[in-house]
Write a protein that binds this ligand. Structure first.
Ligand code: SIN
Length: 467
């Protein structure tokens, strides 16, 4: 494992601005050394039989669960999310390890009938090589294991660069992987800025695959930079999820699911509802009930057990939210609740109270761009066709939600919405056993489910002749 050098990364608690810990930034040489070590280890790790790899992954999952309380606290301190969400995320993170510990045993090949009696054809699956991952601050545990678990299960080695805001959860998870018996060079972390390390990853001849969760512009740069060495890429990028409430929807249920989708992690998720489209005949009822429910949410330090909404990760995130809310209000949106802030720029904390806006329209930035904050903008529609047109009028295609008990309405919406993840009467569709990923500029490839191990495998075809 690396000993880091150079200047430090200062990890701060976004709820207080206090320093949580300093982490050594790795030098260019160290990052390259990690990649070389990962590459060398590949020839050993990939030859370990799948049952043993599966056993080691199960050990890792168990050890994480044994340390769950500590990991959750680390996560809340560096990310700010409520402790109850951090505990949930540890479970979510191990669910990926558990799933891929099983999938390690199901990497099957096949035989193909040949077109000659003297030939046999065999197709086999092989790990792709060293994988380099860049993971985000919003889910420091689950986004890491969602990549590491299928990579290791497939027989790939893995180097991860966590977000500078939240490296501590990753460091802990990697240490626990080693404690579980996974070789030190099979899973490593490196710390530093995304642009510097991302370039070292994409330039390296050792890295065969880049997997990234984060913004669309950074994803595009990684795709471009991966072209020179023709690396495989998996990209889980931005979202701008529509949430459609049909005229017949169960409004109380839709409100509870909207709260789940919109306000998880203070709205700092790629899949959260970003544009709420409600049929004109039920929009007042929905907006009033949503406002009532939002007013029950408690904003505060995530370490306080009663907190529902933690801080925004940093000033940049906070500024973007304020700009979008002001833009919407200036252009005529009605503020139903929120637009309140508790901010101390010197200390470095930014709390945004959950906000509901009504009568938003397409001219407003909030309807065009991802918000990444606890803001619920509501617009109304007359026809389903109109709802679909608004929903699809974005470059993003990650998640969409709709609420209806009419199977014809649901079938129409399912068939016409251009999104990779769809929740029908379901505001929380994410899980380890399903394919997570987006269409259009929301990404390439899928993570989770049986699809999630495919990107870590190469196909080798063997033709045996002269038999
Ligand atoms: C994300 O927002 O990037 C991931 C959320 C999830 O896995 O549900």
């Amino acid at each position: 494992m690396l000993t880091a050098t150079s200047e430090n990364i200062i990890v701060k608690n976004p709820a207080t601005g206090e320093v949580v810990q300093e982490v050594r930034r790795h030098s260019k040489e160290e990052v390259n050394k990690a990649l070389e070590n990962g590459h060398k280890e590949f020839s050993r790790w990939s030859r370990i039989n799948a049952h043993e790899r599966s056993r080691l992954l199960r050990n890792w999952s168990n050890i994480i669960q044994e340390n769950k309380a500590e990991i959750a606290e680390i996560m809340t301190r560096e990310n700010g999310k409520p402790l109850k969400e951090s505990l949930g995320e540890v479970n979510y993170a191990t669910s990926y390890i558990d799933w891929y510990a099983e999938e390690a045993l199901r990497i099957y090949g096949r035989t193909i009938p040949a077109n000659s009696e003297s030939k046999r054809i065999i197709v086999s699956r092989h790990p792709i090589g060293l994988v380099a991952a860049v993971t985000p601050w919003n889910f420091p545990a689950a986004m890491m294991t969602r990549k590491a678990a299928p990579a290791l299960a497939a027989g790939c080695t893995f180097v991860v660069k966590p977000a500078v805001e939240t490296p501590l959860t990753t460091i802990k998870l990697v240490e626990l992987a080693h404690e579980a018996g996974i070789p030190e060079d099979a899973i490593q972390y490196v710390n530093g800025s995304g642009s510097v390390i991302g370039k070292l990853f994409t330039d390296s001849q050792y890295v065969r695959k880049i997997t990234f969760t984060g913004s669309t512009p950074v994803g595009k740069a990684l795709i471009k930079d991966s072209a020179d060495t023709v690396k495989h890429v998996t990209m889980e990028l931005g979202g701008h999820a529509p949430l459609i409430i049909a005229e017949d929807a169960d409004i109380d249920f839709a409100v509870s699911q909207t709260i789940l989708s919109k306000f998880r992690n203070a709205g700092q998720t790629c899949v959260c509802a970003n544009r709420i489209l409600v049929h004109e005949n039920v929009v007042d009822d929905f907006a009033n009930k949503l406002t009532e429910a939002v007013n029950q949410l408690k904003v505060g330090n995530g370490l306080d057990e009663s907190t529902d909404i933690g801080p925004i990760i940093n000033e940049k995130g906070y500024e973007k939210i304020v700009e979008q809310v002001n833009d919407a209000i200036n252009k005529g949106a009605e503020l139903l609740t929120g637009n309140q802030y508790e901010v101390n720029k010197e200390q470095g904390y930014y709390f945004v109270y959950p906000t509901v806006l009504k009568n938003v329209d397409e001219r407003m930035v909030i309807m065009q761009e991802e918000t990444f904050g606890p803001i619920a903008p509501i617009t109304s529609f007359k026809t389903l066709e109109e709802a679909v047109e608004i929903a699809n009028s974005t470059l993003y295609g990650l998640a969409a939600y709709f609420f209806t008990n009419d199977y014809k309405v649901g079938t129409y919406l399912h068939e016409n919405l251009d999104f990779g993840i769809i929740g029908w009467n379901d505001g929380a569709p994410s899980a380890a056993h399903v394919p997570f990923g987006g269409m259009k500029e929301s990404g390439l490839g899928r993570e989770g489910g049986i699809e999630g191990i495919e990107p870590y495998l190469e196909t080798k075809y063997l033709s045996i002749g002269n038999l």
